[in-house]
Design a binder for this molecule. Structure first.
Ligand code: FAD
Length: 505
C-alpha cells in the first residue's frame, strides 16, 4: 500500500497551497451513495481521515431507516447542509468543490480551483445526469435535483399544457401529481409505468390517471422533506451538480398549472418524439396541431412536438424524463476505467473499478459481477445506499487485507415505492426478467385496492409485484429466497381467504 507522505491535517492545507492535501479515504459525491459510504467508513475506522468532496452545498442524509424484510428497506431522505455530517462523523471533512479530473496512477484528484488531493482509496459516487431528448433546447427540461424541480414548478405555474416524455418512475409521479394543466404523456411502450411494472399493473394504474385526487389534508405527510432555498433563473442546460432526488420527492411540492382542470392526462402509447418545433418553425411548416382543450383563443404555443405517430401537440414546455446516464465523464479522461455499455463505470463484486484503489457506487457505476439469480441493478436510492455502504466495507477490508463476501442485499432485488398513491413493492424477477417463455403468472386483482402478481418458474417463485397494502412481502421474499416448490399450493397461493404467512411458517 502506498504510504502517506505526510500526516493528514486538512485545515492546515488550505493555507499551505504548495503542499498537496491528502486523506486516506476520499469519497466524491454527496448523494445517498457518497454519504452512506462516508458514514460507513467513519464508523468502521474512527481513527482515519475521511474526506467527502461534493459539488453540491447540501448532502443527502438518510433518516428513519427501517428494514421491512430481509432485503427490503425503507427510509427518509433529507437534504442537509454538509456541515451536519461533521457532528455525526468527527473524522470526516467535507469540501464543497467539484472534481475536475483524476490521475488514478498517481492517486490524485484535481478540483475545479486547481487544488490537488491525494488519496489511498477513492470512491466515486458522482451519480447520474438526466438523459434529455434534446440538449440545449430551452423548452425541454430534465428533472434530477432540487434546482431542476424548482425550475419545473416555476414554469408549470404559468402553463396550460405540457408534454411528459418517458415511462419510468419520474414520469409516473409527475403525471399523477400535476394539476391545473393538461398533460400529454408520451411513452414508447404499450403500457404506462413499464420501467417498473408490467402491462397488467399498468392497466391497474390507468384507472387512476384522470381520477380526482383525494385531498392530502389529514393524511400523514410523506417522507422526503426539502429545505430548499430560492434560486435564481436556471438555464435548462446548466451543469447538473446537485444530488438526485430521492423517495417522495414530489410530495408537498406544488405542481399546479394555471388552468382550472384538476387532472387531465392524455396518454400517447408506442410513440417517440420525432421533431420539436419552435413556434416560428411550426407556423411556417404548414402542419396542424391537435387542440384538446377547445381553447380557441389560445395563442400559438411556445413549442410544438411531433410524435412518431404523426400527431403534433403544442405545449408550454416538455419534460424529458427519459432516464439517466452515469456521471462518469470528469474522471474518465487519462485513466483506464472499464466503462459499461450504459456508460457506468464497471465495478466488480468488491465495488472496485479497473483502476487500482478506485471504487465506485450508486448511479455512476454498473455492477460488473455475475449477479445472483434474483438480483438486478436498477438506479434507485435503495441500491445507491446499499452500494455506498458495501463499497466502504470493501475499502476498509482491502486496506486491512481482509476477505469480504458480497453483501446479502445483492441476493434478491427488492424495492418499495409509491405510484398513484399506492404502495408498490417489487421483488426478484418481478417482470420475469431473463426467464424467456419459461414462466407462468399468478394474478389477484381487486380494482382500486390491490394488484398481486407472482412469477413462477418450474413451480418456484421468481418474483412478485405487490401493489396496495397486501402484507405479502415478507412471505414472498422468503419463498423467492428459499425456492420452495410451490407446485402443490399454486392454486391457493393467492387465495385471499388463506393466510399464507401461517401456511409457510
Ligand atoms: P446522486 O444522488 O446523483 O449524487 C451525486 C452527487 O455527486 C451529488 O452530490 C453531486 O453534487 C456530486 N457530484 C457530481 N459530480 C461531481 C464532481 N465532479 N465533483 C464533486 N461532486 C460531484 N429512486 C428511487 O429509488 N425511488 C424513487 O422514487 C426515485 N425517484 C426519483 C425521482 C427523481 C426526480 C430522480 C431524479 C431520481 C429518483 N430516483 C428514485 C433515483 C435516485 O434518486 C438515485 O438512484 C439515487 O439518488 C442516486 O444516488 P447517488 O448517490 O448515486 O447519486
Amino acid at each position: 500500500m502506498r504510504p502517506l507522505e505526510k500526516s493528514w491535517n486538512y485545515s492546515s492545507c488550505f493555507c499551505e497551497k504548495e503542499l498537496m492535501s491528502m486523506a486516506k479515504y476520499v469519497v466524491v459525491g454527496g448523494g445517498i451513495a457518497g454519504v452512506t459510504c462516508v458514514e460507513t467508513l467513519s464508523s468502521l475506522c474512527s481513527e482515519e481521515e475521511i474526506l467527502l468532496i461534493t459539488a453540491s452545498p447540501v448532502i443527502k442524509a438518510i433518516t428513519n431507516y427501517k428494514k421491512i424484510t430481509k432485503t427490503l428497506e425503507d427510509f427518509d431522505v433529507e437534504e442537509r447542509p454538509s456541515a451536519s455530517l461533521l457532528t455525526k462523523c468527527e473524522n470526516v471533512k467535507v469540501l464543497q468543490k467539484s472534481v475536475k479530473s483524476l490521475n488514478a496512477k498517481a492517486h490524485v484528484v484535481t478540483l475545479d480551483d486547481g487544488e490537488e488531493i491525494s488519496y489511498q482509496k477513492l470512491c466515486l459516487c458522482t451519480g447520474g445526469k438526466p438523459k434529455l431528448i434534446a440538449n440545449k433546447n430551452p423548452y425541454v427540461l430534465g428533472i434530477r435535483d432540487t434546482e431542476s424541480v424548482q425550475e419545473f414548478q416555476k414554469r408549470l405555474s404559468a402553463a396550460k399544457r405540457i408534454m411528459v416524455v418517458g415511462n419510468g418512475g419520474i414520469a409516473t409521479e409527475l403525471v399523477y401529481e400535476i394539476e391545473g394543466c393538461e398533460v400529454i404523456w408520451a411513452i414508447k411502450d404499450k403500457s404506462i409505468s413499464s420501467t417498473f411494472v408490467d402491462p397488467g399493473a399498468g392497466e391497474f394504474f390507468m384507472g387512476e390517471l384522470n381520477k380526482k385526487k383525494e385531498t392530502q389534508e389529514g393524511k400523514p405527510s410523506k417522507r422526503l422533506k426539502y429545505s430548499v432555498e430560492e434560486v435564481g433563473n436556471i438555464s435548462s442546460d446548466r451543469p447538473c451538480t446537485g444530488g438526485a432526488l430521492g423517495p417522495d420527492w414530489s410530495t408537498d411540492l406544488s405542481m399546479t398549472g394555471r388552468e382550472e382542470v384538476s387532472h387531465h392526462v392524455v396518454v400517447e402509447k408506442c410513440v417517440e418524439v420525432k421533431t420539436i418545433y419552435t413556434r416560428e418553425d411550426f407556423v411556417g411548416s404548414g402542419k396542424s396541431s391537435l387542440d384538446l382543450s377547445s381553447n380557441e383563443d389560445q395563442d400559438p404555443w411556445p413549442v410544438y412536438v411531433e410524435l412518431t405517430n404523426d400527431k403534433v401537440y403544442g405545449c408550454d414546455f416538455v419534460v424529458s424524463a427519459t432516464g439517466v446516464v452515469p456521471n462518469s465523464a470528469p474522471v474518465l479522461h487519462g485513466n483506464q476505467f472499464t466503462v459499461a455499455r450504459d456508460c457506468g463505470i464497471l465495478v466488480n463484486d468488491r465495488m472496485r473499478t479497473s483502476e487500482e484503489d478506485v471504487y465506485a457506487a450508486g448511479d455512476v457505476c454498473t455492477a460488473g459481477w455475475e449477479p445472483a439469480h434474483h438480483w438486478l441493478q436498477m438506479r434507485l436510492w435503495s441500491q445507491a445506499r446499499q452500494m455506498g455502504a458495501y463499497a466502504a466495507q470493501c475499502m476498509v477490508a482491502d486496506t486491512k487485507g481482509q476477505n469480504i463476501s458480497l453483501d446479502f442485499c445483492f441476493e434478491v432485488f427488492s424495492h418499495v415505492t409509491k405510484f398513484f398513491n399506492y404502495k408498490v413493492i417489487l421483488l426478484g424477477k418481478f417482470n420475469a426478467q431473463g426467464l424467456g417463455n419459461d414462466y407462468e403468472i399468478l394474478l389477484r386483482v381487486t380494482k382500486g385496492l390491490e394488484f398481486v402478481k407472482v412469477v413462477l418458474s418450474g413451480g418456484r417463485m421468481e418474483g412478485a409485484i405487490l401493489i396496495g397494502e397486501t402484507d405479502l412481502e415478507e412471505t414472498f421474499e422468503n419463498l423467492i429466497l428459499n425456492q420452495t416448490d410451490l407446485t402443490p399450493f399454486k392454486d391457493h397461493l393467492l387465495d385471499p381467504d388463506i393466510d399464507i404467512e401461517d401456511f409457510f411458517d
